[in-house]
Structures are given as C-alpha cells and as structure tokens.
Design a protein around this ligand. Structure first.
Ligand SMILES: [Zn+2]
Length: 681
C-alpha cells in the first residue's frame, strides 16, 4: 500500500495534508484492508476472546473513524467542489461496508460464542455492555432470523428506505409547489423588513415584480406571526397545513396518505418479525424508557399538569385580541399573530438589546470558568496545532488532578463554505490501546456566530450563548468519559432519549445570575447585565410555556400511539388517533382540513418514529439533575463532581436510569421541568 498522509495514525488529524485527491484512495485502501483483516479474524478459528476478537475489531473501527472523521468534518466546515465530490464518492462505499458488517453472520456467531463462554464472566461492565449492545444491534438488523424471514426482513428494509425517501420528496415538492405573488406592498403590512426583503428576492429570482411568498418555513412563519392581513394568513395557513395531502390548494398532487399507511404497515411487520408486539416496542429496545406504558404515562402526566396553564394562556391571547384589537373568534391562523402582539406588549425585549453584554471571547472564557467551578476543570489554549482555518482555536482540558482528559477544536464563526447550525462531533474516541495507554478523546465544537467586524468583537445573542453551552455539554460528555471501550465511551451507546441530558443540563448556567456575573458585561462600558434586562429575559423565556408544552405532547402522543396501536386487521387510523390525542391534550383545535401529519417528517421519514417523546424525556432528566444544584448551590463543587462521576464519566457503559438514580438519589420526576418552564410555581 502507498503511504498516505491520511493514514498517519499518531496524534491529531493533519488537516493541512487532507487534499481531496487523497480522500477516495485512502478510504478505499482502508476499507479493503479492514475487510481482509475481518476475514482473517474469522478464519483464525480460535475460540473467541475479548482480546483476540473485540480488540482487533475495535482497532479497525477506530482507524476508519480516525480517517473519516476529519474528512467529513472538513466537508462540513471548509467545503469545496473537489472535496464534496470526493466525499460523496465515499458515502455509498462506507454505507455498503457498514451494511456488510451489520449483516456478517460469522461475526455475529463469534460474538455470540464469546458472550456465552467463560470469558464473558471476566469482562468488566463496559466490555459486557458493549458486547450486549453489539449483539442486540445484530438482532435488530435481522441477522439472527431464519433464512426465509431474513429475506423478508431485507425486502422490508429496502421498501422502507424507498418509502421514507418518497415521503420526504413529497413534502419538499409540496412545499416548493405553492407560492403566492404579491404586487401591492400594503398587503404585506406588519411583516418585518427582513421578511419582506426575502420575499422580494424570491420574486426577483423568478424575474417577477413585487414579492413572492412561499411555504418555506421562514416565509410561512413570518406571515403567520406578523402579517396584518387576515385573509393572507388564512391562505398561507391552509396551503401549509395541507401540504402533501388530499386537501388544500394542491389536493392529491403529492399525497403522502398512501405512503403513511404503507410505512405504518411495514414498520409493524418488521417489528413483529423481530419478535416485538409493535414498532413502539421495537423503538424502545434501544432507549432509556422501558415500556410503552411508561412513555404514555410520562406524556399524560406532563399533559395533566400543563393543560390548565395552556388554557389560561390561550384565554389571555383571546382577551388581548378582543380588548386591544377588537378581534373575536380567533382561528388557527390568528393565534401566532396575536400571541406575538401580546409578547411584545408584555415583554418588550429583543435579542439585540442583550447582545452587547455577550462578547464572544468573554462568553467562552466565562463558560470555561463555569466548568472550572463545577468540575474542577482547567482549560488551556494550545497554539501550534494544525487547524483548518485561522478562526479555529484548540484547547486541552485538564482535571483537578492535572490529568489531560480531552482536547477540542472550537470553530465559532460563520464563513462561506461552512455548513450552518451548531454541533459537537467526535474527532477521536477514548479507548485503551494495546500498549496499555489510553487514547485521549478529541471533539469538534462548531458554531456559526457572527464574526468580529473591524475593531468590534463578535456579540452573541442570548440564544447563541445557550447554543454554545449546549454543544459544550455534549463535548464534555464525549471528552470527560472514563470508559475505555470506544463503543460505549462518551456519547457512544447512550440511548437517544438520554443523550441530550448533559447538553440541556449545561444550558441552565446561562440563566443563573451567579454564572452570568462571571461573563455578561457590556463590551464597551464593562457594566454588568442590568437586573431589569435579566428579569425580562426570564419572563420572555417562559412566555406561553403551557401552550408550547401541550403542542409538543400532542406530537409525541400522536407519534407513539400511532405505532403502538397499529393493528394490521384494522389498517391505519391516523386521523382518528390524531383527533383523539387532540381531544385529550390540545388547546388549539385546527380546522377539519388540517393535515399536519402528512408533513410530519420526523416520525415518517426521519428517525423519530415512536421516539418523538425523547425530546421531553431528556428535558425532564436535565431539569431534574439541575434542580439538585438549585438545592445545593449552583456552583457547589461536591455536587459538580457527583455529576461528573455519575453521568459525564460513565458514557454509555451503564444503564442511564441507574446513573441518574446514582446522581439524584431517586428516579427522575417532572416537577423541576414544570417549575423551570413556569408551568408550576
Ligand atoms: Zn444536542
């Protein structure tokens, strides 16, 4: 094999040396050598042990991760035509390799033999957990099925991915397939200048005069929130909520109805092939929640506690609309509009007012100080590390004992050829190496804040400050792990409904006076965040929390019941379940023609089928964990270390409920979330 800079396995990725023309050959070479190594492993015929089977497999996986991670990261943050082409050329190869591995019966049998043999007893908790997870995933991929059923399973998997793709295409086509030309500016009264500019640009792109309103979310959202013209709001509402359905202006044209019925039927069949009663049970096989009853009980409990407030909030909007605007009998397309007017009436606060108090450098330093106080961490900047852009900083994390625990790249600012949004990703995973040392975990933390201009620093909105803390929480989970088996270290192997715990947890410190006092100072005057602004920030945070809560619960209950109650003899009864859920938990009742479910990609084409509840589940964990800090002091070091040891260090090596109980001394309750959302006092 030719030496290749990408195959340099020691130390950090050589970003300067990752050239597009190296990418495909490097990936090809590694996949080929991994395949050969797996064949050799399985042909060896010796009785499988952790050291002769799992350790070599982990090493192969780690090499692939260490080659692919910097490539896919660069593709996201320093995109170019040649790199994108090389990246895209590798995707099908990687997916074929992963499918092959996930369907490798020889591997499955060898791992099974290991799990059933004497060696299993000698494994530690993390090793057992990794082995159990791997065998579970093999079973969920149909590997253990008898031949005829396995064929059916494969056919189902193929049909499902085709249906999911078509569902998504229909939503996209239906969204793009409707627009409204506006020729008189008066019709757009109420819209902010930015929204009007977007509409004007859309018209110009089509070589039209005036403005073009579309169903892209920002356009739709701006009209529903700000447009004074009620008929216009109604028109967009009707077009939006009937996308890809049998109703509305494009009725029947991209109708997802038949696809939804098929998706439900096939997912149900797949779950039953694997021995589950329903797709909901199948979904829970990899989650922290244990039974459907538990999920339903959880959602209904939250609903019962939130409904009263949600009704009061809706009543407040109605009263406000009547008293201040003479508007009666509000419809679904009026709620957002008057809610926004009410919000501005009650809390005249804008993100712009807060920005001068959050210069980016100071926020980052303040966040490091927060985790120093909480967990005893010492974060030091390191120069001379190869990075992909001048903006990127590199840091090492040392713990209280002076041990290097993790390292991370921090890439804060938006720039051309960088994907939008914010995320944490794994660069290198922690694991023990054959020589007895431990591989230090490395993370990428990526944001898209406005860069500093001229002499002025970058100023963050409070939302952006929260985003930074959120991603850093994920990063700490990845980097502070003490688990030495890569597959269950850090965020590895952590169930979906628990993985947002550390990130949402850390956000809480952006809302604490004591924490804000460490960094929230006016960038010119140095003045601390005024008390009045701080109070408004809090009031605005929980504005209509009850209505927001029941809306999310409506989605989550609908999703879960849809999959749990599916009965092949009856077929899908999607609208019926949705109507029942709305009767139970909704306060806003949409018109008959509403077909929001036809565009609900999360649960039909995304990964959230029978898993939408995860959002709320994780919020409850994060709120309840933070409540212990409220009780014992938000900077109580002992409490911080307890969280570090029970949650952040444990990765996915132990059951998340067990870990939570270890930290909290009891199982989670919804009380703290309700209190933090202002739903209860
Ligand atoms: Zn997150």
């Amino acid at each position: 094999m030719q030496p290749n800079p990408l195959l340099e396995m020691n130390g950090l990725p050589p970003f300067h040396a990752i050239l597009p023309e190296h990418v495909e050959p490097a990936v090809d070479a590694l996949l080929a050598s991994n395949r050969a190594a797996i064949d050799r492993l399985l042909a060896a015929g010796s009785s499988p042990t952790w050291d002769n089977l799992v350790v070599p497999l982990e090493t192969l996986d780690d090499h692939l991760q260490r080659i692919w991670s910097p490539i896919s990261h660069l593709n996201a943050v320093l995109n170019s035509e040649p790199l994108r082409a090389a990246y895209n050329a590798c995707l099908p190869k990687l997916s074929a390799y992963n499918t092959e591995l996930g369907q490798n019966e020889g591997l499955y049998r060898a791992l099974q033999q290991l799990a059933a043999g004497d060696d299993y007893e000698r494994l530690d908790t993390a090793q057992r957990k990794f082995l159990d997870n791997t065998l579970r995933d093999f079973r969920l991929a149909g590997v253990a099925l008898p031949p005829a059923q396995k064929e059916r399973f494969k056919a189902l998997a193929e049909q499902l991915s085709a249906l999911e793709a078509r569902f998504e295409e229909n939503v996209l086509d239906a969204t793009g397939g409707w627009r409204k030309a506006v020729t008189t500016e008066a019709q757009l009264a109420g819209l902010p200048a930015t929204a009007k500019a977007v509409a004007q640009q859309a018209a110009q792109r089509e070589r039209q005069e005036g403005w073009l309103l579309t169903l892209d979310f920002p356009s739709y959202h701006a009209v529903l929130t700000y447009a004074d013209d009620r008929a216009l709001r109604h028109e967009l509402y009707r077009a939006y909520v009937t996308r890809a359905s049998d109703q509305g202006p494009n009725a029947g044209e991209w109708d997802n109805g038949p696809l939804m019925a098929q998706l439900l039927a096939l997912r149900h069949e797949r779950a039953q092939l694997l021995g589950f009663a329903s797709h909901a049970d199948y979904s829970l096989a990899t989650k922290m929640a244990e039974t459907p009853r538990q999920v339903l009980g959880f959602l209904r409990d939250l609903a019962a506690r939130s409904l009263l407030l949600a009704r009061e909030e809706l009543e407040e909007i109605r009263n406000f609309a009547r008293e201040h605007h003479g508007a009666d009998a509000l419809e679904a397309w009026d709620i957002n509009y008057y809610a926004e007017k009410l919000r501005r009436h009650k809390y005249a606060i804008s993100q712009e007012e807060l920005k001068p108090y959050f210069p980016a450098d100071r926020v980052v330093a303040g966040m490091f100080e927060v985790v120093r106080r909480l967990f005893g961490l010492d974060i030091r900047a390191v120069d001379d590390i190869p990075v992909w852009h001048d903006d990127v900083q590199f840091h090492d994390i040392y713990d209280g004992a002076g041990e290097l625990r993790g390292r991370f790249y921090l890439d804060l600012y938006a720039r051309p050829h960088k994907r939008g949004g914010a995320w944490m990703d794994e660069c290198i995973r922690r694991r023990s190496l054959p020589d007895g040392s431990v591989q230090t975990p490395v993370a990428y933390l990526t944001c898209n804040f406005t860069p500093p201009v001229g002499g002025a620093p970058s100023l963050l909105s409070h939302d952006e400050v929260q985003t930074l803390f959120h991603e850093f929480g994920h990063g700490l989970h990845h980097m502070l792990t003490r688990v030495d088996v890569a597959g269950v270290a850090g965020i590895g192997g952590v169930p979906w409904d628990a993985v947002e715990l550390p990130s949402q947890f850390l956000e809480n410190w952006c809302w604490q006076r004591e924490a804000l006092d460490l960094f929230a100072r006016h960038y010119r005057s140095g003045e601390a965040l005024p008390a009045a602004l701080f109070e408004k920030m809090w009031a605005a945070r929980n504005f209509q929390a009850g209505m927001q809560m029941v809306r999310q619960l409506e989605f989550a209950l609908f999703d879960f019941r849809l999959y749990l109650e599916y009965d092949p003899a009856r077929g899908p009864h999607i609208q019926e379940i949705l109507d029942q859920v709305r009767a139970e938990v909704a306060v806003v009742h949409p018109p008959e023609y509403n077909r929001f479910q036809h565009g609900f990609s999360h649960i039909f084409s995304g990964g959230y089928a029978a898993g939408y509840y995860s959002y709320k589940w994780a919020e409850v964990l994060a709120s309840d964990a933070f409540a212990r800090f409220e009780e014992e002091g938000v900077f109580n070091r002992a409490t911080g270390l307890a969280f570090l040891e029970a949650i952040l260090e444990q990765g996915g090596a132990r059951d998340p409920m067990e870990l939570f109980v270890e930290f909290r001394g009891r199982k989670p309750t919804i009380d703290a979330l309700l209190r933090h959302s202002g739903i209860t006092v």
